[in-house]
Design a protein around this ligand. Structure first.
Ligand SMILES: [Zn+2]
Ligand SMILES: [Zn+2]
Length: 95
């Protein structure tokens, strides 16, 4: 099993055991109709450190290569700093 699969398995297990809870909204754009939310990993070394995001935001992160594996890099901070562009792109991907 790959590290990625292992991390995903751990997330599912943690949700099932109420260790992790899935929020009611996407943690990046806050939309509430983006279900099912995707658990995006900052780094697979931290399998339970996930950002619950909608499909559109996930696409955006990967298109912009913001899913760096660096431990010090926070996708959320990066996107908030890029808020203007993010909103613009976000709209683009939701049209
Ligand atoms: Zn979103
Ligand atoms: Zn991802």
């Amino acid at each position: 099993m790959s590290t990625k699969q292992q991390a995903q398995k751990l997330v599912h297990k943690a949700v099932k055991e109420n260790v992790l809870s899935i929020p009611n909204n996407c943690e990046l754009c806050n939309r509430q109709d983006g279900f099912p939310l995707i658990a995006h990993h900052y780094c697979y070394d931290y399998p339970l450190k996930v950002l619950w995001i909608c499909k559109s935001c996930h696409k955006l992160i990967h298109l912009n290569n913001l899913d760096t594996w660096s431990n010090s890099f926070s996708i959320r901070d990066a996107l908030l700093k890029k808020n203007k562009n993010f909103k613009k792109n976000y709209k683009k991907y939701n049209e």
